[in-house]
Ligand binder design. Structure first.
Ligand code: ADP
Length: 515
């Protein structure tokens, strides 16, 4: 018999880089009954350092779970389970007593950049990537550990274990270290086929498997929460806690994009394109990541640095007068700027923007790449530049999506999320450039919803993920305009050619800028 009559609620905790968001979700229909969010700082004492305090995050999780349960008015015995979503790639060194020896080094920390280059060149980085699915990049715990081995020699030798932020929370609740396959698959140390730590990657990182957490399925259930902590949160010590997965793969699930043929595109500050596949696959050229959702569901995709941040740059540096004009009219400056861009035809009358201001990740991983306006003529005005920036971000996303198509097949639909999805105009550009319908799922907390769905599966309340479709309503749909698509096809070809012409020139200008 279903447990849901007696235990109708699921608590989802989504540990993000800026905040932990907690939700109470009605298991029967996915309704979010209460939500709570607690922020914490990112410490960046130097440009390439990006760390967080593990205990600040731990407090946010405990306080957030407690607060959301109180808001929902749920009794401890009414809660079916707690399920977790977590940011990827975090690394904490702990001592034998579980005390942190480092802060939580986040994905954004760049100190291992030179080490990443070295691994690629000297240690068959591509081979390691092809087994682990994590691109060789300073974001990954693997590369950070190789860096730490020299840069923090004593600490690297003395640490009892190296863990991620979710393992830190679970250790405090259960007194042992478990890492779900999803978080493990984003460490760069995990062999996707064997579902276990990769000996060669471990050797390069200078550690053995006993210095990492024990890998478990994302549906693994942990029981026996430390009683004091459980009661402070409004849970029973026996409330099942589902290991959970990373925020990226759960966002796919929670936005209903978990079937082959549906790409999920999110553009916030940065951007990403992802698709679900049924077995782990990597890209022969090393362009895409591959992370686990479950043993038989994997998410492949690529991330770009220059997403919505490009439009923010337009608002704050290029079109400041226009943005101010918008504010005076009582409008969101972004809405005012998109309206100005709408006055220009598709393709910005031949003005192309390469949005590479912050260097680039997928598909070509070139940190030295820089922005370019190409094709500027006397006929172009600022409104063309604004539209060209919006189009350029989509060209970039499209080039990652094209790499994905080679492995995942052509999409029949794109699910759009993140700040950019607030703009119908920008969404239409996406449909027109990609030639694929764009749909906006009504799931603001997609990762949390995904975690709740995973919880239902873990508890045996559902047999598959199909129930997510009833949880996620889809709102606006944009069909591609055939004429615009033709225009964009011509321009994306030129865009790619310009990009590939600039190789050493990017290195030269980046070196000049560093002087
Ligand atoms: P984060 O990655 O910090 O969570 P968001 O998902 O909130 O960021 O996205 C912020 C970005 O979304 C902005 O930089 C901007 O490019 C874009 N954006 C926000 N509002 C709008 C809007 N009304 N129209 C177009 N773009 C918008």
């Amino acid at each position: 018999m279903s447990l849901l009559a007696k235990k109708p609620y699921i608590v989802a905790a989504d540990i993000g880089t800026t905040s932990t968001k907690t939700l109470v979700i009605r298991a029967a229909d996915g309704t979010v009954l209460a939500s709570h969010s607690i922020e914490y700082p990112l410490y960046t004492p130097k440009a390439d350092v990006a760390e967080q305090d593990p205990d600040e995050i731990y407090r946010a999780v405990v306080d957030g779970v407690g607060a959301v349960i109180r808001k929902a008015g749920a009794a401890p015995e009414e809660i079916l389970c707690v399920s977790f979503s977590s940011a990827m790639h975090s690394l904490i060194a702990v001592d034998r007593g579980g005390n942190p020896l480092t802060r939580c080094i986040t994905w954004a920390d760049n100190r291992a950049a030179a080490v990443a280059d070295r691994i690629k060149k000297e240690h068959q980085g591509l081979e390691i990537y092809r087994r682990t699915g994590t691109p060789i990049h300073p974001m990954s715990p693997f590369v950070k550990l190789v860096w730490m081995k020299d840069a923090m020699k004593e600490l690297h030798a003395a640490a009892h274990k190296f863990i991620g932020i979710k393992e830190y929370v679970h250790y405090k609740w259960f007194g042992d270290y478990y890492i779900d396959y999803s978080c493990a698959s984003a460490t760069g140390l995990f062999n996707l086929k064997a579902l276990d730590w990769d000996e060669e990657a471990l050797a390069l990182a200078g550690i053995t498997a006993d210095r990492l957490a024990k890998p478990v399925s994302t549906t693994h259930i942990l029981e026996g929460i430390e009683p004091g902590v459980a009661s402070a949160m409004g849970l029973l010590p026996s409330t099942p806690v589902v290991a959970g997965a990373t925020d990226g793969v759960l966002a796919n699930l929670g936005s209903g994009a978990f079937e082959p043929g549906i790409f999920a595109v999110s553009i916030g500050t940065s951007g990403a394109v992802r698709s679900v596949v049924r077995e782990p696959v990597t890209d022969p050229e090393g362009r895409l990541f591959c992370y686990a959702l479950k043993e038989d569901f994997w998410v492949i995709g690529g991330a770009i640095n220059n997403g919505g941040i490009m439009f923010r740059w337009v608002r704050d540096h290029l079109a400041t007068l226009e943005a101010e004009e918008g504010r005076k009219l009582g409008l969101d400056p972004y809405d005012h700027l998109t309206r100005i861009a709408e006055g220009v035809p598709a393709g910005s009358e031949g003005l192309i923007f390469l949005p590479l201001l912050a260097g680039e990740r997928a598909p070509y991983w070139n940190a030295n790449a820089r922005g370019v306006f190409f094709g500027l003529s006397l006929a172009h005005e600022k409104k063309h530049m604004i539209r060209a920036v919006l189009e350029g971000v989509i060209y970039r996303i499209h080039s990652v999506a094209e790499a994905l198509v080679e492995t995942a097949g052509k999409p029949k639909e794109i699910r759009a999320s993140g700040g950019f999805a607030r703009s119908p105009f920008w969404r239409q550009i996406m449909a027109d450039v990609t030639g694929t319908p764009v749909v906006v799922p009504d799931a603001i907390e997609a990762s949390g919803l995904g975690a709740a769905q995973l919880g239902l599966l873990a508890l045996g309340e559902v047999k598959d993920f199909n129930g997510i479709h009833a949880w996620v309503r889809t709102g606006n749909r944009h069909e591609a305009d055939a004429a615009h698509h033709e225009t964009y096809k011509e321009l994306t070809r030129i865009y790619m050619e310009v990009y590939h012409q600039l190789g050493s020139q990017f290195d030269d200008i980046a070196a000049f800028q560093k002087k």
